[in-house]
Design a protein. Structure first.
Length: 215
């Protein structure tokens, strides 16, 4: 658990079905309200952390629609009665088991009732309008891949665009190497102190990744 500025909390929860994936709880410590990013599996594990800490999750925010990032959405959404949001291109993935790769892993993951929004959308807590993240489209790994960023906390939830010591794959349908390079350049133009919370490794920072690549 990371405590940022004595105000915000980030829980990284590694969950697994076929693959291990990071889900994140981003919480305003004063109100105990927050967001849930990418609940990919093990809904009960995520719900236990939410309930044991008396958190109130207002929204599920998805970085992209691959099945290892959306597998527990329905169960958690139904349990907590909260809305789900993702980029407007996400319907190509969450509505298609081949595109979201679940069909390739003997799964059939489909998610309905998603709110599709455009890049630039700002999500703020009803309990504290100063606690917010901005969605920015960062395609390359997937057509709908986005980043959620809070400049005050210097926290970015980047999905599978960049990891600690690695970058996202472009081998799956909808992946594009040129788009990925543009997205990486945009992320690495953020301040060096920004922490990158990603889908499959430990957190890293913009500064550390720039050094890694000699930038």
């Amino acid at each position: 658990m990371d405590v940022i500025n004595n105000q915000s909390i980030v829980h990284q929860l590694t969950v697994k079905d076929v693959f291990s994936t990071n889900a994140f709880l981003y919480i305003d410590q004063e109100t105990k309200h927050g967001f849930l990013f990418d609940p990919g599996a093990e809904a009960e594990k995520i719900l236990r952390v939410i309930k044991s800490n008396d958190y109130h999750i207002e929204k599920i925010l998805l970085t992209h629609g691959h099945f290892d990032h959306i597998g527990a959405v329905d169960k958690i959404r139904n349990e907590l009665n909260i809305p789900v949001y993702m980029h407007e291109l996400g319907h190509k993935y969450v509505q298609n088991a081949r595109m979201n790769l679940s069909a390739l892993c003997n799964r059939h993951v489909i998610v309905d009732d998603v709110n599709y929004v455009q890049s630039g959308e700002v999500f703020e807590l009803s309990a504290n309008s100063d606690f917010k993240v901005t969605m920015t489209h960062t395609p390359g790994h997937a057509m709908d891949q986005v980043m959620y960023y809070n400049a005050q906390d210097k926290a970015a939830f980047v999905g599978d665009t960049i990891f600690k010591g690695n970058i996202g794959s472009t081998q799956y349908e909808g992946g594009n190497e040129r788009d990925l390079m543009k997205s990486l350049n945009m992320i690495l133009s953020l301040p060096d102190e920004v922490v990158l919370y990603n889908g499959h490794t430990d957190k890293t920072t913009v500064g550390d990744e720039k050094k890694r690549y000699g930038l």
